[in-house]
Ligand binder design. Structure first.
Ligand code: GAL
Length: 839
């Protein structure tokens, strides 16, 4: 009895001691009575592996984040109604606890509609089949399911004491997602749905605030927040709510068939600084780590397997420099202003055309932000009697209203070049770059091979038919061709005209691949004439239609549909007539024979030795050893067409190196001026994605099994491994740059009085040292990491000074100062550029 009492006493004491009170007012979230300025970043737990989570969280913390945000992915956790799965990459509780262990907060965006470039926006497909259901509106069957899942997640978090109100890390939760973008399409039922969603969420009594993003009419009980590339103009819909920015897109997602989007860090830093300048107090990077769309998790259609997003941590978890480092400096600068930011409202003054100051001042503290929002011209402004130079499209941060500790356009951080280097693999046939020369294969039958096939008159919509159990649906038909058709005799052309809602189809006539057609992210529907060869008598027409990630965005996205919905017409018959085959009796097969046999795990006795090239519909298998070392691993699918790959039974996602980005649209992109998702693109004219992440934790040193299913035809003996290597470490710092933020103490006094701008290099790997200096120049060097060149003005000793200071050490610091390098051009502002390598 005594023991029990002691136990309950301890529980009570712990609860009292650690519970944290989270509320808010018009300025900020208020944590245990104190308004906070918070920096948050999105990491979606299933887009990496549990063994990567601690490193990602640690690098987020080192990067200056206070909060980790994640969505919760309903279709991942409840693939079958009432059958839950929280194992492995789905272990949400473990992820939240790891964030807590690192001392960070969590923003749990339950949704459960999440968008997120995630299959079907996160909804399980079975929802769609509930009688009478209408998703995301005031509909009883839907609301019952949404409430059940939301309550399930909240209950799980409560059971583990994960809410701040219980002493846990979760300080915030989101219900729904960007419904305000589309709610007008749902009419009055959309309005009542949002009211219901807010009261349903708050009734779950989490003890922490709820938010709705992009929801101008969010009820008073939840905070409406902003998403976008810029949110400094955002005002919440009530005087009692703080300005919060739940999605600041750090880049953009990649689509198969598209070029690779990126967003310059100077523009992100500008947007973030502007937000805090104009009164914001909570900002979340979407994404801080994007990661990988493993398996069939990608939304769509056509969203690529890589979800790198140009985020501060790259797909593989490495800091993307200078993005990560520059934002880190920004966070430190903002934190130096926190006391002033939360003490009062900003006071605006114009500093001239397109230049403005916002000052946070009380009797005891003062912080200021000076912005030049002109997208072309630099400005020199006078503020508090001092003169400040503001590059175009930049913000300077003055935590004491006097000294600039940060300017968004001036990068002090290192940059790095990380490259994927093809690794050599050795087997009995010697060393080669291919993963293996020893493959076996199984041919997937063309058309119907399963006993579960069924006949229906007319063409069926695909998603309603497959329920997304497979990407694949066969549409098969026997067509009788009379011997007197002209094309059988005069060599004229017959075409099959096929219309599809998307996303891709392959057409086989008499078991020969006659052609394929592919939609695109912006135009998934297909209308195509494919020249075909027919024979007199019975002909076998088989169309393999496939989806590439289900729609995740837009009003009624759940009803978008896919597949061959017709017409399917045979053209060029007698007298130029055509025949519409759409309403004929079609035979359907959901999925592939190989899928039903579980070939993806490598099992089965059907495998035959060999690796036939250019064969459509072929399963390939090989055994391989993992590349040595611990650098991240990718598979380079150059030489293959389109399909899916499994490593030791785990799907690494859909691969599609044959889908090439347009040749135009990529150009040198300036950070100055408003960003949009198509402004900065790279990789034009190349495969949208040729490298596919294989998490290290899925590999054993040897005896790994890889299985591929290739749809179009490829050459598996060309597949190779690539490992991520650091090629160069660079820094380019000007004398005119602000001093590093860490030369300032929290009370805003200078702690290192003799500091000057400096180049600081550090090899990321603890076992490595700087092994060579590839370039060093003090004067007016130009270019960027990997292509620096000397300017007209240069000192002669830069290389030897840097070599002496850096070679053999993991880190080195060199001041950008004439005392060290002499003055090669008096009166000119000089900079120091260094490119080094680590070994
Ligand atoms: C937002 C959405 C996110 C994600 C993002 C684009 O509209 O809320 O879930 O889809 O767009 O990456």
């Amino acid at each position: 009895m005594m023991r029990v009492l002691v136990f309950w006493f301890l529980v009570a004491v712990t609860a009292v001691v650690t519970a944290v009170n989270v509320t808010y007012d018009h300025r900020a979230l208020v944590i245990d009575g104190t308004r906070r300025v918070l920096v948050s970043g999105s990491i979606h737990y299933p887009r990496s592996t549990p063994d990567m989570w601690p490193g990602l969280i640690q690098k987020s913390k080192e990067g200056g984040l206070d909060v980790i945000e994640t969505y919760v992915f309903w279709n991942l956790h409840e693939p079958v109604k009432n059958q839950y799965d929280f194992e492995g990459r789905k272990d949400l509780v473990k992820f939240v606890k790891l964030v807590a262990d690192a001392g960070l907060y969590v923003h749990l965006r339950i949704g459960p509609y999440v968008c997120a470039e995630w299959n079907y926006g996160g909804f399980p497909l079975w929802l769609h089949f509930i009688p009478g259901i209408e998703l995301r509106t005031d509909n009883e069957p839907y609301k019952a399911e949404m409430k059940r899942f939301t309550a399930k997640i909240v209950g799980m978090m409560k059971d583990e004491n994960l809410y701040a109100s219980q002493g846990g890390p979760i300080i915030l939760s989101q219900i729904e997602n960007e419904y305000g973008n589309i709610d007008d399409k749902y009419g009055p039922a959309g309005k009542s749905y949002i009211k219901w969603a807010a009261s349903m969420a708050t009734s779950l009594n989490t003890g922490v605030p709820w938010v709705m993003c992009q929801q101008k009419d969010a009820p008073e009980s939840v905070i409406n927040t902003c998403n976008g590339f810029y949110c400094d103009g955002f005002t919440p819909n009530s005087k009692n709510k703080p300005a919060m920015w739940t999605e600041n897109w750090t880049g953009w997602f990649l689509s198969f068939g598209g070029a690779v989007p990126y967003r310059p860090v100077e523009d992100i830093a500008f947007a973030v600084a502007r937000f805090y300048q104009r009164g914001g107090t909570f900002q979340n990077y979407y994404m801080y780590h994007g990661g990988t769309n493993f398996g069939h998790s990608t939304g769509g259609p056509f969203i690529a397997t890589s979800y790198d997003y140009d985020a501060p941590l790259d797909e593989y978890g490495a800091p993307r420099q200078p993005k990560w480092g520059h934002l880190n400096e920004l966070h430190k600068a903002i934190k130096l202003c926190e006391e002033a930011l939360v003490a009062t409202n900003p006071k605006y003054t114009s500093l001239g055309h397109n230049a403005e100051a916002h000052v946070y001042k009380t009797s005891s503290t003062c912080a200021a932000f000076l912005a030049n929002i002109d997208s072309q011209n630099d400005a020199t402004v006078t503020f508090n009697g001092n003169s400040y130079h503001l590059p175009a499209w930049s913000v300077s941060i003055l935590p004491d209203c006097k000294n600039v500790v940060f300017n968004s356009a001036k990068i002090n951080s290192v940059s790095t070049i990380r490259k994927f280097v093809t690794t050599s693999v050795s087997d009995e046939s010697g060393a080669s770059e291919a993963i293996s020369s020893d493959w076996s294969y199984v041919s997937e039958p063309v058309g119907i091979s399963s006993d579960d096939a069924f006949n229906r008159p007319g063409l069926l919509e695909q998603i309603n038919t497959t329920a997304d159990q497979s990407d694949y649906l066969w549409y098969s038909l026997r067509a009788d061709i009379k011997g007197d058709e002209p094309f059988l005799h005069d060599g004229s052309q017959t075409n099959l005209h096929v219309k599809s809602l998307g996303h891709v189809f392959h057409l086989f006539v008499n078991d020969q691949l006659e052609g394929s057609a592919t939609g695109s992210a912006s135009q998934p529907q297909i209308s195509k004439d494919i020249p075909i060869t027919l024979k007199s008598g019975k002909n076998k027409i088989d169309i393999l239609s496939l989806t590439v990630g289900l729609q995740n965005y837009g009003a009624f996205f759940d009803k978008t549909g896919a597949g061959i919905t017709g017409p399917v017409e045979l053209m060029g018959l007698t007298n130029g007539s055509s025949v519409d085959l759409s309403s004929k009796q079609w035979t359907y097969q959901i999925g592939l024979k190989g899928e039903a046999l579980g070939l993806n795990t490598g099992g089965s006795s059907l495998w035959v030795s060999g690796s036939p090239k250019s064969q459509p519909l072929t399963w390939y298998k090989t055994n391989f050893d993992a590349p040595s070392g611990d650098n991240p691993v990718a598979i380079d699918f150059t030489g293959m067409g389109k399909g899916e790959a499994w490593v030791n039974g785990q799907s690494i996602g859909r691969y599609w190196p044959a889908y090439i980005a347009p040749t135009s649209g990529c150009s040198d992109c300036s950070y100055k001026g408003s960003y949009s998702s198509s402004k900065c693109l790279k990789n034009c004219g190349k495969p949208s994605q040729k490298l596919y992440h294989v998490p290290r934790s899925w590999l054993k040193p040897s005896g790994n099994v890889m299985v591929l299913f290739e749809e179009i035809g490829g050459d598996p003996t060309r597949i190779s491994f690539a490992t991520q290597e650091l090629e160069s470490l660079c820094s380019h710092v000007s004398q005119s740059h602000p001093l590093p933020v860490d030369t300032w103490s929290q009370d805003k006094s200078r702690i290192k009085s003799k500091s000057e701008p400096r180049v600081s290099l550090e090899c990321p790997h603890p076992n490595q040292v700087i092994s060579s200096i590839k370039f060093a120049s003090f004067g007016t060097p130009q270019g960027k990491c990997g292509s620096f060149s000397h300017g007209k003005c240069r000192s002669t000793n830069a290389l030897s000074v840097i070599q002496k200071a850096c070679i053999g050490s993991r880190t080195c610091n060199v001041g950008v100062a004439t005392a060290t390098f002499g003055d090669p051009c008096i009166g000119v502002v000089k900079s120091l550029a260094v490119e080094a390598s680590c070994a």
